[in-house]
Write a new protein. Structure first.
Length: 182
């Protein structure tokens, strides 16, 4: 997708952004009116739900496309996550929703690539959900060996998955402790 977006750059006329570290580029729940391509730098993808602090679910770098899921929706699609800048020197190309819709009408390859990016992102999220469910199951069974393997994989993901791994291990430890007799 980055190559296709750059191919259409003149037609799409993107805005070039140089945001400061820790600034928020996309706020969860905002109306989605653009797609962003990370040219340089690293960004955190965060979700804030149910009164909990925001959790980083992914970190992305150069070549990443952000906001595509919201651009594919009907009506007034909203962003499902916050995007926060991590690195100084980050450079972002922001493409307007209207310009992208016009380009997609004439370029089936660009439309297909947007769907592929969205599909890959969903597949990755499903894998994380499955790992978390496997971790809960291993914890409930008291299977320390299976949980150790799952937690190793979770720790290779974003910080919030490492925190989830630590919580699962703590639950297993608590469950293994003898309970006082009543």
């Amino acid at each position: 997708m980055p190559t296709l977006l750059q191919t259409h750059q003149k037609l799409l006329n993107p805005e070039r952004l140089h945001p400061e570290p820790q600034s928020v580029l996309i706020e969860q729940g905002e109306i989605a009116n653009s797609l962003m391509l990370v040219h340089k730098g690293r960004l955190a993808i965060e979700i804030h739900q149910n009164g909990h602090a925001a959790r980083t679910i992914a970190e992305v770098g150069a070549g990443a496309v952000l906001g595509e899921m919201a651009l594919l929706g009907e009506g007034e699609p909203r962003h499902g996550a916050r995007v926060r800048v991590l690195d100084a020197g980050t450079e972002i190309l922001r493409f307007s929703r209207d310009a992208l819709h016009s380009a997609i009408i004439f370029d089936a390859e660009l439309a297909a690539e947007m769907l592929l990016v969205s599909s890959e992102r969903c597949r990755g999220s499903n894998q994380m959900i499955n790992l978390l469910l496997d971790g809960i199951d291993a914890t409930a069974r008291g299977d320390a060996s299976a949980l150790a393997d799952i937690c190793t994989t979770l720790r290779n993901g974003p910080d919030s998955m490492g925190e989830a791994a630590a919580q699962l291990e703590q639950l297993l430890t608590l469950a293994a402790q003898p309970r006082p007799e009543s």
